[in-house]
Design a binder for this molecule. Structure first.
Ligand SMILES: [Zn+2]
Length: 98
């Protein structure tokens, strides 16, 4: 299957990586029922949010869900999530941690 944006086969396509670099990401925590924390990472555009969610969950060893432009991770990962996002190709100065 070829990339719909650049037309290259997926293994050669760098659209996702290129998009990640310029992405403005917001990180915040939210408190849910029973006082449980979730870490909400939002602002994703034109990237595979499902893939990012899977990667984040693996790296942070937690559960989570992906919806549209947002990834919700179970637990409070604010202290680590920025480093992990940078490691995944996002720009440090584009990540806004609330
Ligand atoms: Zn592409």
């Amino acid at each position: 299957m070829n990339c719909p944006r650049c037309g290259l086969p997926q293994e050669l396509c760098v659209c996702d990586e290129m998009t990640r670099v310029g992405q403005k990401i917001k990180v915040r925590t939210d408190r849910r029922r029973y006082g449980k924390y979730v870490t909400v990472v939002s602002g994703f555009e034109n990237v595979d949010v499902g893939k990012i969610a899977k990667d984040l969950k693996g790296r942070l060893a937690c559960g989570g869900t992906a919806k549209k432009d947002t990834v919700e991770l179970q637990g409070n990962h604010v202290s680590r999530v920025k480093d992990v996002l940078v490691d995944m190709g996002f720009s440090e100065d584009m990540i806004d941690v609330a």
